[in-house]
Design a protein around this ligand. Sequence first.
Ligand SMILES: [Zn+2]
Length: 348
Amino acid sequence: MEVKETLTKEQKDFKTLLLRLPKTEIHLHLEGTASVETIWSLMKKNNLNHTDISNKEDLKKKFQITNLEEFIDLFINVIQSSFSTENDIEYLINDAGEYLKKSNTVYSEIFFAPSKFVSMGFDFGKMIKILEKGTSTIMDRHGIEVKYIIDVSRSFGFDNAMRNLDLVIANPSKSVIGIGLGGSETKGPARDFQKVFEKAISHGFHVVAHAGEDVGPESVWDALNLLKAERIGHGISSINDEKLMKHLEEKQIPLEICPTSNLFTRKYAKTLEEHPVRKFFDRNMNVTINTDDPTLFSVNLIEEYMTLYNKKIFTGSEIVKLIKNNIYATFLPDAKKDKIWKECESRL
Ligand SMILES: [Zn+2]
């Protein structure tokens, strides 16, 4: 999915502009920034054996996923399983910082999914302290601000999700600003998690949810009506529901679209040309572009924008609008959003 073809002068100029503009990213999973090198080092350091993986090449192959189930298997059974202590999470933070720097992303809200780690016996409070320290490291090294959204997960049922929320509440951190709902959309419908989200809102957390990625528009409606999600992760099945698109437009609910990821899932778009992102944009819906799990999908934010530009799905000025949408869809205070956008505008 990388932009491998030779770029024309115009495309090169646009890429230079893109790199110059300060950007934000709001749909990014911490583990999805893990490099093969990092996971391999962790597997060796922690003496981990995996039946399919005996060398780095095997691991590289495992990263070449073709569908959502393979992706979840890689995410949970390989990447998350390669960690043996809370401190190993620092490796991920280093990778995230390097990843964000590459695209000149100045602010990001990153998902952290604790379910697997908690089940492995990791101490939640320790993990939060490491994550929080990580934000200072990324700020000191790269000048990039990071906040976390804890993914309470659809995959392991209500009790697990509520326990995750209770742990978030019991371990308050200025770096954790909300909760999200990732994992298997087919296995865990939104209605199962309504009480978790109500409680999170009552504690002042922002709430977002993956929806309409692998299940139809009813999943997006549920995320909005039952969970009160402030932003929708993907939401691409909304294309099949006229009323829903109108609602999303009227309410200007940001859609965290991750084009490359959606093409991997292959559920609602098999090619970029048939991806609903352009139709959503034309209907004045609040579209933002993100990468989801960049190293797993071999993509970064610049490449996502460049592919949309090179394939003429969006013009340069429309991509600037998408960058602006992303800045204003963050949970930053308004003054900070304005500051990033002004800086962005001054570099156009
Ligand atoms: Zn995601």
